[in-house]
Every structure is written in C-alpha cells, then in structure tokens.
Design a protein around this ligand. Structure first.
Ligand code: SAM
Ligand code: DTB
Ligand code: SF4
Length: 313
C-alpha cells in the first residue's frame, strides 16, 4: 500500500537525495509501478497566449520587462489563432493543452477573454490547463465554472532561495494562489526549476513544500533552466544530469500518485538521459516544438524516442 504523507522532514528528504544512485532509482521506480503504467507518458502541449512585458522580475524569464532579452511583446492572442494551435496539438496526440500568459495576475477583464479559449479547447476533447499568474479566490471559482481542469503555478525554488530569484512577489503569494486553486477544486500543477543557483538542500526544501501541501499537486513539472541571454541567470552552472535525475526520483517517492513532468530543458538532454528520467518516475512531457518562448524537441524526434523505449502516450 502506498502511503501518502504530508509530514516529510527536511532531513528525511535529504537522506533520499544522499542514497546510492541505483538504490534511489530502484526505490523510485518500484513506487512508480504501484500507481502508474511504467510504459505510459502523458503529453501536454503549450501555447503562450500573451507574450512579454511582464512586470515581475523572475531572474530566469525571457518575458520579464526588467531584462532586455530581445523578445517582442505581443497582445493577448486572438481566440481563433489559439484554437487553431490547439487543433494542431490535438492532431499531434496531445491530451492536454496548456495556455500561458506573461501576467503577474490576470485582470477580471482579461480573464473574461481567456474563458472562451478554455471552453473552446475543452470542446475539442482535450484537457485544459492555464498559467496566468496569481489568482484571487473569486477568479479561481470563475475558472472552475468555465470548466478548467488544471492550473499551473510553480513555486520555482525553495522558500530560502526565493528572494534570490524573484523580488516582486514572495513565496507566500505563490502558496496563496495554490490554496485558492485547490479550494476551487481545480487540479493543481506546481513544480519548479533546477539550475537557479540552488543547493541540494534548496531542492529538498522545494520538494518538501510541494509534498507537504494539504493535497499533493496532481502534476509536478520539474524544469531544467533554459538559459535566456539578457537575464541575470543566463550564465548559471546547470545541475549535473545525476543531480537532475535524483530530483525526479525524490519527487516520485515523495508524491507517489502525482504525475511528474520532465518539463523545460529537454533540448539539452540526450535520449539516455530522458529514458533515465522516465525510469526514475517522470511520466509526462511537454510535446510540440515550442515551449512558451523557447524551443522544445521536435515531435518526430519524441515519437521516435517513445518508439525506441516502447512508451505509449
Ligand atoms: N506568468 C505566469 C507565472 O509566472 O506564473 C505564467 C507563465 S510562467 C512563464 C510559467 C513558468 O514557466 C514559471 O513559473 C517557470 O517555472 C517556468 N519558466 C519560465 N521561464 C523558464 C526558463 N527560462 N526555464 C525553465 N522554466 C521556465
Ligand atoms: C512549466 O513548469 N514549464 C512550462 C509551463 N509550466 C508553463 C514553461 C517552460 C518555459 C520555458 C521557457 C520559455 O519557453 O519561455
Ligand atoms: Fe512574468 Fe511568469 Fe515570466 Fe515571472 S515567470 S516574469 S511572472 S511571465
């Protein structure tokens, strides 16, 4: 029987990180098989529906107005164009369509424009996800009424490292939005980024926050930083592959029933690395040639990788 815990101590999580690699992977994979088909990976496609000019100062992001990243700002996309992209994603086999906006938070007026997009995607038979920044409780209820399935809102890093990465909001702001989303009974997608100058203790602490939430996030994206020229973090040393895989494995052990997504950064990963992440407990990816503003592996390459690994989507 898989035990779902919400009382993990930091020492326990650090002890998981310190396990011999093969023992850690064996443990994570054994847990993975108890709740999931080990040969199945869920695929979500992403679309940035509003680009750039974000007032937040997230030090990793191409879309912050605080850094000159050369990104051209764009207004909220027209619904027809959004639904056209959603159709492409569906044809490629995506089961969920995730729409992102470079907002600190949506205004009620802008939320009204996103709602028909959610309904249109839902009508195509795909699951819906949006990531629009911080929400009020009221706005979360509105999204639930519109039929939204998932809300993505990452905690990004540990509470201890947070102010080194973002200063225009605090860690508690993120937790408040997650609570509003959970109260509205929308599935939560929340994870973080590796490669923000964090220590292993920071990684343990970030996962501790996620697994000690009242209920575990349904989906946990683990992103490898995509370095963006012009941002403060453009030259930060990336974590080693072993450290990255360890983080996936520990996330799997701590949140045995959550879907763990091998998210941004796959263009830098070879096939064996991705296969190891799937063994360690990752069972979701972003699928399609674009993330929000950066490249993702092409779908043909992903299909070939799945074929080689005997993975079904
Ligand atoms: N503005 C909203 C927000 O921040 O919540 C939604 C969009 S924001 C771009 C969504 C998430 O993408 C961020 O929380 C972060 O985890 C991830 N992200 C952004 N830039 C990234 C990068 N360069 N590399 C990896 N992940 C990144
Ligand atoms: C998540 O955890 N990663 C996605 C999605 N949720 C919104 C975003 C990755 C963005 C990578 C950088 C970019 O394309 O701008
Ligand atoms: Fe804005 Fe989101 Fe980028 Fe932060 S991560 S700058 S909130 S778009």
């Amino acid at each position: 029987m898989i035990e779902i815990r919400n009382d993990w101590k930091i020492e326990e999580i650090e002890a998981l990180f310190a396990m011999p690699f093969n023992d850690l992977l064996f443990t994570a994979h054994s847990i993975h098989r108890e709740s999931f088909d080990p040969n199945k990976v869920q695929v979500s496609s992403l679309l940035n529906i509003k680009t750039g000019a974000c007032p937040e100062d997230c030090s990793y992001c191409s879309q912050s107005s605080k850094y000159d990243t050369g990104l051209e700002r764009e207004k909220l996309m027209d619904i027809d164009k959004v639904l056209q992209q959603a159709m492409v994603a569906k044809e490629q086999g995506a089961s969920r369509f995730c729409m992102g906006a470079a907002w600190r938070n949506p205004t009620d007026k802008s939320l009204d424009k996103v709602i028909p997009m959610i309904q249109g995607v839902k009508d195509m038979g795909m699951e819906t996800c949006v990531t629009l920044g911080m929400l009020t409780q009221e706005q979360a209820f509105t999204l639930k009424e519109a039929g939204l399935d998932y809300y993505n809102h990452n905690i990004d890093t540990s509470k201890e490292n947070y102010s080194n990465v973002i200063t225009t909001r605090n860690f508690q702001d993120r937790l408040d939005t997650l609570e509003a989303v959970q109260n509205a009974d929308i599935s939560v997608c929340s994870g973080g980024i590796l490669g923000l100058g964090e220590t292993q203790t920071d990684r343990a602490s970030m996962l501790q926050t996620l697994c000690n939430l009242e209920s575990h996030p349904d989906s946990v994206p683990i992103n490898l930083l995509v370095p963006i020229p012009g941002t403060p973090f453009e030259n930060v040393d990336p974590p080693s592959e072993v450290e990255f895989v360890r983080t996936i494995a520990v996330a799997r052990i701590l949140m045995p029933k959550s879907v763990v997504r091998l998210s941004a950064g796959r263009t830098e990963m070879g096939e064996a690395m991705q296969a190891t992440c799937f063994f360690a407990g990752a069972n979701s990816i972003f699928y399609g040639e674009q993330l929000l503003t950066t490249d993702n592996p092409n779908t043909k390459g992903d299909q070939e990788l799945f074929e080689k690994l005997g993975i079904n989507i």
